[in-house]
Design a protein around this ligand. Structure first.
Ligand code: TEU
Length: 606
């Protein structure tokens, strides 16, 4: 058994005996102020379309995930978040659901899904499903019946009557263009904050809310462990659909980001279906501030476990995501520090740099060429040593990078396709040809995250025997799991150690303090956990975000006595001095020695 697996089993055994291993009350018993399982968990995100194909059609599937469950287990993670696998016409890779209670053919069937659930549960890995209830597909039965104005369904979506020449307001879709489309059948406008094939559900209608709750309960009854809730802060729209202020980016956002009744809808949902502390409920909430987040999270808020905030991944965007700048480290630190301290007593952070909507963090914040492995490890060190729950996206633990999209034909994502069309084909667009927008696509497009997992240096990186639905990143010959496994210095082995490190309570619960906030290339901080009758447990983390070596003078108020090196991606001294000389992209984690009450981990077996 690997060290990581034993960490998981040990914690589970303690939970089952009613106490967490460090003496905190475990979540099985319910009640306020307790330590829920997801607080010291690491979640792994599987984007099934690009994970592993088992039947040669070029598209990943559930059997493929099952075939790779041992890899996920081996990393030592505690839960899997599975991107949408429900029946869908796939205009937005499954975020356009036509049947919430069926598995899309491309992924397999319900029996495959049940086998995946069981395979994960047998390994003590929990399963989190994606919940997309701001909108459905226009092929969903609800929308079909709504456009025919059949009884109660008539009011399931946002319909506005009027002239086909005049849109109800100036709101824009997140994917570009207006947020309203005219439906010839009903002869009315319907709202879609995303693609026109993704009509927004009308949450003002209590029947819609009841139908959503019923569907969620249906999945919970099938033994899932939680939901990742897609754009859940968009669900409330103001009556009368007032115009948005045009200068605010996505027009209308001020009306439907955290809309007027969102807390009423969400607290109702949490009370009715998500009250059990064992259920992980992560809200995806673009545009939220720390104060907004507090209103969504915990018992004093609506009841979500945590939210995905976006500030630290959008702060360098200009007028749109397509003119992203060079992220400035000082600003990045400020934002993360604000979230760390802002939710310290009231709420809980999610920790992520990658997901299926973001370009690869390694290409954006690291150096994906000369220091690919070192900077991948450094970024992983950041997300695993801050306070909150780390989320690891597929490929991140291999050091996968952004990919070349040499021609327009290589693009798959609806958002990127719309952007190229509006920039190149539209006479008012700013580009003459694809060459003018290629850099933007290769820097920020969501397709960068969606290239197939790189398992080996076999054809198509071992992802499929057929033609992959999106090109494999050409660097698969050097960046792949097979190679990483046999290399003790790989990103993969480092991630296993990082995930193992989360057993240390100071990394889960310790107070955060940012050091040297204005330093342009160092990200340094301490974590401190006071313990009754014992010395505090402490951590010092120092990360050099630079190609050049950098010296760090540990500030006077920080004591280095008692700290020992727990993990590094270089050859750091075991005991820190007051001045630390860091090499390019060097990451160090120093910890006080383990207190006697803490869990003990088995030694890793490799
Ligand atoms: O994303 C919501 C969202 O607003 C962004 O992440 C969006 O994809 C990004 O800003 C575009 O640049 C969620 C899902 O994660 C995404 O994959 C879906 O496309 C979207 O909702 C619609 O369901």
């Amino acid at each position: 058994m690997s060290g990581a697996n034993s960490r998981r089993s040990e914690r589970r055994a303690h939970e089952q005996s009613g106490r967490a291993s460090d003496g905190r009350e475990a979540s099985m018993t319910g009640g306020a102020g307790e330590h829920q399982w997801w607080k010291d968990a690491v979640v792994y995100q599987v984007y099934p379309q690009s994970f592993q194909d088992s039947d040669g059609d070029g598209v990943g599937d559930l059997q493929g995930v099952i075939d790779r469950v041992d890899y996920i287990d081996d990393l030592g993670v505690d839960a899997v978040w599975l991107n949408p696998v429900y029946e869908s016409p796939q205009h937005d890779n499954g975020y356009d659901i036509s049947d919430y209670r069926a598995i899309d053919d491309r992924y397999g069937n319900m029996a495959d899904w049940e086998r995946l659930r069981d395979e994960l549960h047998e390994r003590d890995v929990r399963l989190i499903m994606d919940l997309v209830v701001n909108h459905t597909s226009d092929q969903h039965e609800w929308f079909q019946r709504s456009r025919r104005e059949e009884g109660a369904y008539a009011d399931y979506y946002h319909w506005v009557e009027g002239s086909p020449d005049e849109r109800p307001n100036n709101w824009e879709s997140a994917f570009g263009g207006p947020a309203w489309s005219w439906d010839d059948e009903r002869e009315a406008w319907y709202l879609h904050l995303f693609d026109e094939s993704q009509p927004d559900l009308n949450w003002r209608n209590p029947e819609v809310r009841a139908a959503v709750r019923e569907m969620m309960q249906w999945w919970l009854d099938r033994g899932i462990d939680g939901f990742r809730m897609d754009v859940i802060n968009f669900i409330s729209k103001p009556a009368g659909y007032p115009d948005g202020a045009p200068e605010l980016g996505m027009s209308g956002a001020e009306h439907f980001f955290n809309g007027p009744r969102v807390h009423e809808y969400l607290s109702e949902l949490c009370e009715e279906v998500l009250a059990d502390d064992e259920i992980l409920a992560v809200g995806e909430t673009p545009g939220v501030s720390v104060d907004d987040a507090k209103r969504y999270v915990g018992r004093d808020g609506d009841g979500l476990s945590m939210v995905f905030q976006f500030e630290h991944v959008t702060f360098d965007h200009g007028d749109s995501k397509w003119d992203a700048g060079d992220p400035d480290l000082v600003e990045f630190k400020q934002i993360l520090a604000k979230w760390q301290t802002g939710l310290a007593d009231d709420g809980w952070n999610s920790l992520y740099l990658n997901n299926h909507d973001q370009p690869r963090a390694l290409s954006r914040f690291g150096n994906d060429e000369e220091y690919r492995r070192k900077s991948a490890k450094l970024l992983g060190t950041l997300t695993h040593t801050l306070g909150g729950t780390p989320f690891v996206f597929q490929g991140e633990a291999l050091g996968m990078t952004n990919a070349p999209f040499e021609s327009r034909d290589a693009i798959r994502d609806v958002e990127a396709l719309n952007y190229v069309e509006s920039a190149v084909d539209d006479p008012d667009g700013h580009a003459d040809s694809y060459a003018d927008v290629r850099e933007a696509i290769e820097t920020v497009s969501r397709d960068n995250a969606r290239t197939p997992m790189q398992w080996s240096d076999d054809e198509h990186a071992g992802f499929t025997d057929g033609e992959p639905w999106i090109d494999v990143n050409p660097n698969y010959e050097t960046v792949n799991l097979e190679r990483a496994r046999s290399d003790p210095d790989s990103v993969f082995h480092y991630y296993r150690e990082l995930i193992d490190l989360r057993e240390r309570d100071v990394l889960v619960d310790g107070d955060f303090e940012l050091l040297a906030p204005d330093h342009p290339s160092l990200f340094a901080y301490t974590r401190t956990l006071e313990r009754e009758d014992e010395n505090p447990e402490r951590a010092l983390v120092v990360l050099n975000f630079d190609d050049e070596p950098t010296a760090f003078a540990v500030p006077d108020g920080v004591t280095v006595d008692g700290l020992e090196l727990a993990l590094t991606n270089d050859d750091a001294p075991v005991v820190p001095g007051r001045s630390l000389d860091l090499g390019p992209w060097e990451a160090r984690v120093y910890l006080t020695s383990r207190p006697t009450t803490a869990r003990t981990a088995d030694q890793p077996d490799q």
